[in-house]
Design a protein around this ligand. Structure first.
Ligand code: 5GP
Ligand code: ZN
Length: 114
């Protein structure tokens, strides 16, 4: 997707602070962090929203969750705890239409979410 900001990050056309990368998944620091630690984990494949997931995409979602936990361990906030979030569509607060898992740590998180 040429007009997708996260596809451009995957392609290297927009710079990002990469945290983890393999053939299927990329993790990088959020441009506008909402917590002391804020990393985004994305599939390299363009998938617009959670509503667009197919059965063949299931493994990469599992890998994204494992990468999120590994990022938390590597950065030392796994044991204290953290929040993962995947926003979907307008009411969910999604602004970039390429699915991503937010990994937020380093401060207490409230519930219910805003
Ligand atoms: P959403 O609101 O879709 O759940 O989250 C999109 C996230 O992407 C936001 O937290 C926003 O700060 C981040 N973001 C948007 N554009 C860029 C960018 O060009 N680089 C990085 N690193 N993060 C971005
Ligand atoms: Zn994309």
């Amino acid at each position: 997707m040429t007009d997708c900001v996260f596809c451009k990050i995957v392609a290297g056309d927009i710079p990002a602070k990469t945290v983890f990368e393999d053939e299927e998944v990329l993790a990088f620091e959020d441009l506008s962090p909402q917590a002391p630690q804020h990393v985004l984990v994305i599939p390299k494949k363009h998938i617009a929203t959670l509503n667009d997931l197919t059965a063949e995409d299931a493994p990469v979602i599992g890998k994204m969750a494992r990468v999120a936990a590994q990022v938390a361990r590597d950065r030392g906030f796994a044991e204290d705890g953290y929040r993962t979030v995947m926003n979907c569509n307008q009411l969910g607060g999604q602004t970039v239409y390429h699915i991503h898992m937010h990994v937020l740590g380093g401060r207490g998180m409230s519930w219910p979410p805003g």
